[in-house]
Design a protein around this ligand. Structure first.
Ligand SMILES: [Zn+2]
Ligand SMILES: [Zn+2]
Ligand SMILES: [Zn+2]
Length: 437
């Protein structure tokens, strides 16, 4: 457990509660620790592309013979996963296309199953830590509570055959623990692969100037230094996307994690001006015009997000989504500079829609506008910058622009050597790919 990981120590941080610090120096790119997931679940939309058990990505995975919905590397992975997959295997067959629990409900079902087997085998330290995780049940607003209630209903509907449930209050606590402490497992392009719980990593507090970054190797989380650290330094990750200005970051932190950040960047707001850069005009823009446009931008972002949550097909055709991005960009562009983060946000969405529509040239056009400001506005060794280089590199390669492609891929690899470690599977694969060109 954490106490026994060399070079690390738990401590009580005034005002923040439990926290983690290093007891020796760590250099940029050095692994602090890696952590096996307490529990994890592969996203339903990734079925067939990844092994449900080890999260390996490969062609020719073998199907579960019963439900024909879960895919594995081999019999060993299938056997390894059975204790968890059996919660869903027969239910998926019985409910057919009506089987639709949320990913959170699926993860909580797995946590409950795991807790049960551990209780039978006597309590382990990991389970204690799950109990210790912050829940913030008392801070939850109505919207979140309704979501949890819907999740609990799904749990009863799809899992009651295979699970005994604790009482309603304990379930609410568990859902809110998972909401605060669950990690989204992402691939090298930051696509969502699944959700997992890592009690050790959940000890790490937030800062907008993080000292470490979390990446994934199969289903394990790896924590590496992105700054040189000296003995006694607190281990700090960022819980949120660091692109946005201080007010927006803290709104996000309060809504999802129930605190306000007091890091050096939140005090100095040193990057806010560049993040909110305005278009050059002969006359200065009125403050009221600026604040109205910021409100318009925030509203547009929320609107676009809620549209996307209903999945790309069921809402509007992608061409309409793209039009919405373009209109918003045009409107904001009367006040904001192209490198303003609200412009970048909308361009990033537009790039995603282009990719969805296989419009490679459109995606490249947006990507080229995003990359330069991303490098300036994100901290060094950012996964967001890295994934943008990767996407662009791969798009250039598709368009047979090999020189530009390899250059972008190498930029991504330089970041990944620090964030993922030199020997990560992603890097060995990319080295092979580049050597073939
Ligand atoms: Zn596997
Ligand atoms: Zn099955
Ligand atoms: Zn901060």
């Amino acid at each position: 457990m954490t106490g026994s990981i060399q070079g690390l120590q738990r401590f009580e941080s005034p005002g923040k509660g439990r926290a983690l610090r290093v007891t020796r120096a760590f250099k940029v790119g050095e692994l602090l620790f890696s952590s096996a997931a307490y529990s994890y679940v592969l996203s339903a939309k990734e079925r067939g592309c990844y092994c449900e058990f080890c999260f390996s990505r490969k062609n020719g995975l073998a199907k579960c013979g019963k439900c024909k919905k879960a895919f594995y590397c081999n019999v060993k992975c299938q056997k390894g996963d059975w204790a968890m997959h059996k919660l869903e295997c027969s239910a998926m067959t019985a409910f057919r296309e009506k089987w639709c629990p949320s990913e959170t409900a699926r993860l909580v079902a797995r946590i409950l199953a795991k807790k049960k087997t551990q209780k039978e085998r006597c309590v382990s330290e990991r389970m204690l830590l799950i109990g210790e995780m912050q829940s913030h049940v008392e801070d939850i607003d109505n919207e979140k509570r309704e979501m949890s209630e819907a999740d609990i209903a799904e749990l009863h509907r799809f899992y009651s055959k295979n699970l005994d449930f604790p009482d309603h209050k304990d379930l609410l606590t568990l859902f809110s623990q998972v909401a605060c402490n669950g990690f989204t497992v992402e691939d090298d392009e930051l696509s969502h692969l699944g959700t997992a719980v890592y009690p050790d990593v959940a000890l790490i507090n937030h800062s907008c100037l993080p000292s470490v970054i979390v990446t994934y190797n199969g289903t394990s989380a790896e924590v590496r230094a992105v700054r040189d650290m000296k003995p006694g330094d607190e281990v700090l990750i960022s819980y949120i996307d660091l692109l946005y200005p201080t007010d927006d970051r803290n709104t996000r932190l309060r809504e999802s994690y129930f605190f306000t950040c007091d890091c050096q960047e939140c005090e100095s707001k040193s990057k806010d001006k560049a993040k909110l850069k305005l278009r050059k005009k002969s006359d200065p823009i009125e403050p009221e015009v600026i604040s109205n446009m910021v409100r318009y931008a925030r509203r547009s972002i929320r609107k676009f997000r809620s549209l996307l949550q209903c999945s790309l097909d069921s809402v509007a055709p992608p061409s309409e989504l793209l039009e919405m991005c373009e209109q918003t960009l045009e409107e904001m562009g009367t006040v904001f500079h192209d490198s303003n983060v609200f412009m970048l946000h909308m361009m990033y969405q537009a790039m995603g829609v282009c990719l969805y529509m296989d419009d490679v040239e459109g995606a490249i056009r947006y990507g080229e506008k995003i990359l330069q400001p991303y490098m300036q506005l994100y901290p060094p060794y950012s996964l967001n910058v890295c994934s943008m280089y990767l996407k662009m590199g791969r798009l250039y390669m598709v368009m047979e622009k090999h020189a530009g492609g390899i250059k972008a891929l190498k930029k991504a690899m330089a970041i990944m050597e620090v964030t993922h470690g030199k020997d990560h599977f992603y890097l060995t694969e990319m080295r092979k790919e580049i050597a073939q060109k």
